[in-house]
Design a binder for this molecule. Structure first.
Ligand SMILES: Cc1ncc(COP(=O)(O)O)c(C=O)c1O
Length: 395
């Protein structure tokens, strides 16, 4: 383009999941029978109570601007949820509702990160974190984790990464893409390290409901000091299967929320009024049987993978992903095509075996790939049969 682009956007890495997604859609459009394990959204429907509330909102003409931070009713309902489920006391003015948790996270980085500030996060990470930190002018400082610590950082790893420039530590438990969950004692040990320094904690708890081992705990619940510096991020996309409605939120110190509200008021304004009504109703319609279904699917996928060659896998305790390691496969070939990275693995698996999965490279984990089991049992069976045959034919 003759007139060029800003340095800021030129430096954004395109989402690595998009390439695989585009190719998957292209093949499906051509009539190929692809099993898609690359989607990051639940396959169950939005609760009817939420959809009904949205229809009622439209019919009642609730279709205008709301307060930039969201309706008082929704913020009060979120505060009640945080009290009942997380043991955290927030008032409505300590909560800001945004257009999805992704938007909430971006507001958070803008509010606390200055040019050159460091934000610590672990790899494997959700693809958008490093890019959003960079967009805010910050420097992502990545702690590499792998299977040896269950894809979790240890207190020593965290302590070694903190410098005078550290502004925040980003936590994501349960994790996308690994499904790893920090147990309360592990979080407490990290909290002890953090408490010694003047740094924020950005805690992305969007998968909190999807846990199959110990219950989810928020780091903000350990002490008032930790709560004061935690920016708790959550949303409706995963727990209520409301990805398209775009509602996320932050609970944090009042001054921080005020600053994020000013920023949001000058950029995007409020989350859609109708979606806010749907979200408020959704809080009364959580469906625990969906979580039980996810647990069964996770168990099935893990059982199958454990019987396949050249692949091994941690048992994830949360989210709806498994994150197998395929480094043993590198150097082998499938029908003449050499597999030398998780990217070639994903490309060959899609083109030759009709399974769409996401390579780990974009998550900072080049030896792994991500399977989303947010799809039917029938699809999972088909996909696991294909994956097994594929791996057995690699030599
Ligand atoms: C870890 C994590 N955080 C945040 C989000 C953003 O969710 P949304 O913007 O749909 O609320 C996602 C979505 O995939 C995610 O995986």
């Amino acid at each position: 383009m003759a007139l060029g682009l800003s340095r800021r956007v030129k430096e954004i890495a395109p989402s690595p999941t998009l390439a695989i997604d585009a190719k998957t859609k292209e093949l499906i459009a051509k009539g190929e029978d692809i099993v898609n394990l690359s989607v990051g959204e639940p396959d169950f429907p939005t609760p009817k109570g939420a959809s009904d509330a949205a229809i009622a909102a439209i019919e009642a003409g609730f279709t205008k601007y709301t307060a930039p931070a969201g309706t008082v009713e929704l913020r009060q309902a979120i505060a009640a949820k945080l009290q009942a489920e997380n043991g955290l006391t927030y008032s409505a003015d300590e909560i800001i509702v945004s257009s999805g948790a992704k938007h909430s996270l971006y507001n958070a980085f803008i509010a606390v990160v200055d040019e050159g500030d460091e934000v610590i996060l672990q790899a494997p990470y959700w693809v958008s974190y490093p890019e959003m930190i960079r967009l805010a002018g910050g420097v992502p400082v990545i702690i590499q984790t792998d299977e040896s610590t269950g894809f979790k950082m240890t207190p020593d790893m965290l302590a070694a990464a903190i410098t005078a420039k550290t502004k925040a530590v980003l936590l994501n438990s349960p994790s996308n893409p690994t499904g790893a969950v920090y147990h309360p004692h592990e979080l407490e040990a990290l909290a002890e390290v953090i408490a010694k320094h003047a740094i924020y904690i950005i805690s992305d708890e969007i998968y909190e409901k999807m846990v199959y081992g110990p219950e989810h705990v928020s780091i903000a619940s350990f002490s008032q000091t930790l709560k004061d510096r935690t920016i708790l991020v959550n949303g409706f996309s995963k727990a209520f299967s409301m990805t398209g409605w775009r509602v996320g939120y932050i609970a944090a110190d009042k001054q921080l929320v005020k600053a994020m509200t000013s920023f949001q008021s000058q950029t995007t304004s409020n989350a859609a009024s109708i979606s806010q009504k749907a979200a408020e109703a959704a809080l009364d319609h959580f469906e625990p049987s969906n979580i039980e279904m996810f647990r069964k699917r996770r168990d099935y996928v893990i059982r199958r993978i454990q019987n396949m060659p050249s692949i091994h896998c941690e048992v994830p305790e949360g989210a709806f992903y498994v994150f197998p390691n395929i480094s043993e496969l590198f150097g082998k070939s499938y029908q003449g095509k050499v597999i030398d990275s998780s990217d070639t693995f994903a490309a060959v698996a899609l083109e030759q075996a009709n399974i769409s999965i996401v390579p780990g490279s974009g998550f900072g984990a080049p030896n792994n790939f991500r399977i989303s089991y947010a799809t039917s049992q029938q699809n999972l069976e088909k996909a696991m049969d294909r994956l097994e045959n594929f791996l057995r034919e690699c030599r």
